[in-house]
Design a protein around this ligand. Structure first.
Ligand code: NDP
Ligand code: 2IT
Length: 451
């Protein structure tokens, strides 16, 4: 039995239905870092894995709120404060009916290593609720956010734990959450990031994750000696904050993004997407992608109930580069086979853990340039840290300054990941490179800080 299998065996008790995605994320990391564990016994001696896979604390609370019919509604809220070896707990909030402790543990665990890769002083956390923002009025969203913050405010602080957005939590929700925090505590401080610009948000935070994923891809393709994205067909999944800004940056650099998807269906516009219309539908109207084909009849819309039995139609579109930007485990083995057969050269994870392990294995064995989430989508949290920095100094950075720093950060992460992979004998494997580089940084801090 190898060192990875031995370590994984220790955590078998974590492997239950609710923890499935957490266990998946943990297993990947342990396999990746095996060469590091073998090369230096201190990580085993100081029981780093045992300490890292258990969150510092999980806060679980009840959220009660009144809907528009004055009916009392009850939801569950969570904050998983995972690890603060490198800085205050930092990570987003997800509002989605599927949210449970296991999903937030997976996201919080990934966040520790992602945040370490940025080189910025931020620890890892995640939180959220099973509240479904879909179909709710603005007042209902506001009332839910107030109820959520009534509990959460006790556990967060600008130097303690700084939440931000994730699925279902954008500038509107952050605004209401932050407003409630301010009302309760009477303090105006950088306790949340992703705030609207006019009351303390950073320019470019909304764009940061999508733009950052494209910057990472440009850097990776250059390092790997592949052709740049300009003029190339790209496929994107998702139609939220990350997906739409990845599409925007791809268009800005002259690539041709042709697809996106939401929870109801997939859109394919072979001439290149009309981003202005997409933003109008998804961000302003919070509508369905189906509306797109009303004004672009050449585009193809496939509703979910017409999807094939196996695989997602978005990954069956021939492309040079693919950007899964919707949610975890959205890209399966069949999708990976389809992408490879159709000549795809690079896959960049904008979402957190969108590719299933079997898909990743295929990408790596077929020498596809594969950019794992914790490296490729770190631009969002990096700009969140820039927002914390601006808030702490009561200053404002220009769009150009943030953009330059974001680009530098993504290039730095990409180079560090590529170099780490080379150092540990797995050149070109950005999964192992990211896991080893992130883990080493956090583990060394944990050792230096004592138990
Ligand atoms: P949004 O809520 O803005 O958008 C999510 C998009 O994905 C929507 O188009 C949604 O469809 C679709 N989607 C969500 N769940 C599912 C599902 N189960 N099946 C099919 N489609 C789904 O979220 P973000 O864009 O912010 O987040 C997308 C991903 O990126 C997540 O994995 C998140 O963790 C990750 N991420 C986000 C960052 C950020 O800064 N926001 C930073 C780093 C990573 P619909 O419109 O129908 O709801
Ligand atoms: O997954 C992520 O990195 C995020 N949702 C953003 C976290 C943050 O604190 O900006």
């Amino acid at each position: 039995m190898g060192i990875a299998e031995k370590e994984i065996k220790k955590f078998e008790n974590h492997n239950c239905a609710e923890n499935a995605v957490f266990y998946q994320a943990m297993e990947e990391v342990i396999y990746s870092i095996a060469p590091l564990l073998e090369s230096d016994e201190k990580y085993i001696k100081y029981a780093i894995l045992e300490r890292l896979v258990v969150p510092d604390r999980i806060i679980k609370f009840k959220v009660t709120w009144l809907d528009d019919n004055n009916k009392i509604q009850v939801n569950t809220g969570y904050r998983v404060q995972f690890n603060n070896a490198l800085g205050p707990y930092k990570g987003g909030l997800r509002f989605h009916p599927t949210v449970n402790e296991g999903i937030l543990k997976f996201l919080g665990f990934e966040q520790i290593l992602k945040n370490a890769l940025t080189g910025l002083p931020i620890g890892g956390a995640k939180g959220g609720s099973d509240f479904d923002p879909k179909g709710k009025s603005d007042f209902e969203i506001m009332k839910f956010c107030s109820g959520f913050m009534t509990e959460l405010h006790k556990y967060i602080g600008a130097r303690m734990d700084v939440p931000a957005g994730d699925i279902g939590v954008g500038a509107r929700e952050i605004g209401y959450l932050y407003g409630e925090y301010k009302k309760i505590t009477s303090t105006y401080e950088g306790v949340m990031t992703g705030k609207p610009f006019f009351f303390g948000g950073s320019l470019m935070r909304p764009e940061a994750t999508g733009y950052g994923a494209v910057y990472f891809t440009e850097s990776m393709l250059e390092i790997e000696g592949k052709e740049p994205l300009t003029g190339k067909i790209c496929t994107v999944s998702g139609a939220g904050n990350v997906a739409l800004h990845a599409i925007e940056k791809l268009q800005q650099i002259g690539a041709i993004p042709v697809s996106c998807s939401d929870s109801k269906g997939t859109l394919h516009d072979a001439r290149g997407l009309d981003l202005k219309l997409l933003k109008e539908i998804k961000l302003k109207r919070r509508g369905s992608l189906q509306e797109y084909v009303k004004s672009h009849s050449e585009a193809k819309y496939i509703p979910v109930d017409e999807y094939p039995q196996d695989g997602h139609p978005v990954w069956d579109i021939p492309c040079y580069a693919a950007f899964p930007c919707a949610t975890q485990n959205e890209l399966c083995e069949t999708d990976a086979k389809n992408l490879i057969t159709n000549g795809c050269v690079s896959v960049t994870e904008g979402a957190n853990m969108p590719s299933r392990p079997e898909a990743i294995e295929l990408f790596l064995s077929h020498k596809i340039c594969f950019a794992p989430a914790k490296a490729a989508n770190a631009g969002g949290v990096a700009v969140s840290e820039f927002e914390m920095s601006q808030n702490a100094s009561m200053s404002r950075w220009s769009f150009e300054k943030v953009d330059t720093k974001l680009k530098e950060t993504m290039q730095m992460i990409c180079k560090r990941v590529a170099l780490t992979a080379k150092d540990y004998g797995v050149e070109g494997n950005y999964v192992d490179g990211a896991n080893i580089a992130g883990f080493k940084k956090v583990a060394d801090a944990m050792i230096a800080e004592g138990i």
